[in-house]
Write a new protein. Sequence first.
Length: 417
Amino acid sequence: MTTAAQAANHNPIPLYSLFTANIISLVGNIFSTIAIPWFVLQTTGSAAQTGITGFFTILPMVLAGFFGGTLIDRLGYKRTSIIADIASGIATALIPIFYFTIGLEFWQLMVLVFLGALLDTPGNTARHALLPDLAKQAGMSIERATSLAHVIERGSRIIGAPLAGLLIGIMGTANVLWLNAVSFLISAGIIGLMITDHKTVKRDEGKTTNYFAEMKEGLRFISNDKLILTIVIMAMLTNFLDAIFGGVLQPVYVKEVYGSAIGVGLLLAANGGGAVIGGLIFASIGHRLPRHALFVGAFIFTGIRYWFYLSYPPLSVLVITGLIFSLGAGPLSPILGAVEFERIPPDMRGRVFGTITASSGLAMPLGMLIGGYFTERFGLSLMFIWLGITFFVITVSMAFIPVMKEMNRKTQVTVYQ
């Protein structure tokens, strides 16, 4: 088949429909992330109950990642995405419905928050698993597709956070939750109408269909693929460190040095903006570059920003350096995504991606907990020195782990036996 004929057979509409659904769903999730804790503070005035709300948001993400991946592989990616979005929309809509009608006890709110987060994770994983098939259908390289997907994710966060704050001020918290519920339903409609179901590889007739046996099969795949296992471990370690930085050190530093929450917002915007720009650059030229060298170099580059905090500079310096050194974060997730899609069998994406999501999610609250304790004990300066050294050692070590060099080799996946 000629290049012209191949191009004529490409259909980018489903891929861009997936991107559109992701934007709507992700912005809605940001609304929920900001609105629900604010709703708890408004209705209870309790910081402790607000913390409990955060716990009931993270816990279901971890549980759904570990236990929901097999269900995703069984139901199919399109069907799971639609069901999860509709169910999450209903769970979110019930919060303002109960609040404005029969009243909403705190425990009832926690149940709805738990269910919404529990159902949302499989939907996100399923949409992520659709990406390689739709990229192929569109005639787009997997590097460019994963890069655009992550640019959309980061961009949605940058846009969604200030928009949520503005809408909460104008409409009130409960009404913003209505918008979040509607966003889930719109996302489900786009996936249902615009994307054809991509069947995964059929199972052998003699193969077990036991749910927990299939979960074990996914874990066995991860443990047997040394590169994927290394990626999971490295993701846990770096997410652990990122949680210490973003969840503890940065807000404490800004409060003590600059005394205004505006500084946190500016730094978050700079970090996110740099990553978006880096992702767009990678989307343009990344498929031509050696993955392993770029991955290690970009990771080391992002860690340089930590050292600027030791000099206690003006806030503008941290904003500028945050923007510059966050450029290195742009290629990281797209490279990992491309490698994972090339190595993970199509009928195992739900299980493997679910495990990766759960592992990363588990590391983050642990990082915030430990980071908070040691920051109080040793102070900001020592913690930034420890963070900078630890991050550098971990990222440099990736250059010398032999299996990491397999990132450069494009692998044709087969169904795991």
